[in-house]
Design a protein around this ligand. Structure first.
Ligand SMILES: [Zn+2]
Length: 202
């Protein structure tokens, strides 16, 4: 399994390319995303690549995680309530640390569709890649897959006679939103996120 870590690698360009976002691959089918706006002339350059997990999680996988245990995160960040309060805005604290929900259509992030990475507002861990964001019409930013299998943890809630799966940052336990099995194919997942729980990494 690949993680969401960033790894410096050497990349070769055969032709002059104006790269805003390039996807390439290697023999083991790993996929890499390159971000940058520099003009890359023919040659080999060290670049900071973002390596993403290509596993396609399904609803069955998420139910299994919630029942049998979540994937091990790359690291853990734990802080006290006063420390989170000091660091976050009142709305960020209410949503991420007190399992709140922001008002629908309250953020411009819903209609933002451009290449980019989305990180946890609490601990800065990468959670989503913009290429997996879609317009759900719900008023909350929605994604089809997390950036890595171990980026997010899943807690099932069986109350009210239905299964709801809460999503939390696997690094710091920030409440992010919920995931539902009515997303687009092929994965069929809809990660319905609170925009205040996310920050775009520049
Ligand atoms: Zn976090």
């Amino acid at each position: 399994m690949l993680s969401g870590n960033e790894n410096p690698m050497m990349v070769s360009f055969k032709n002059d390319e104006l790269a805003d976002r390039i996807e390439t691959g290697n023999a083991s089918q790993n996929r890499f995303l390159i971000f940058g706006k520099a003009r890359r002339l023919e040659g080999t350059y060290p670049l900071l690549l973002h390596q993403i997990n290509t596993t396609m999680l399904t609803w069955k996988d998420l139910i299994a995680f919630s029942k049998n245990g979540n994937p091990i995160p790359d690291k853990r960040v734990m802080k006290t309530e006063p420390e989170w309060r000091a660091q976050l805005s009142p709305e960020e604290f209410r949503v991420t640390r007190q399992h709140g929900t922001e008002r629908a259509f309250s953020s411009d992030m819903c209609s933002l569709f451009k290449p980019g990475l989305y990180e946890c507002v609490c601990c800065g861990s990468l959670l989503f890649d913009g290429s997996r964001k879609f317009e759900s019409g719900t008023g909350w930013p929605s994604f089809t897959q997390p950036i890595a299998e171990n980026a997010i943890a899943y807690n099932a809630d069986y109350s009210f006679g239905m299964v709801r799966i809460e999503t939390v940052c696997n690094t710091c336990d920030a409440h992010l939103g919920h995931v539902f099995p009515d997303g687009p194919e092929p994965g069929g997942l809809r990660y319905c996120m609170n925009a205040v729980a996310l920050r775009i990494r520049n």
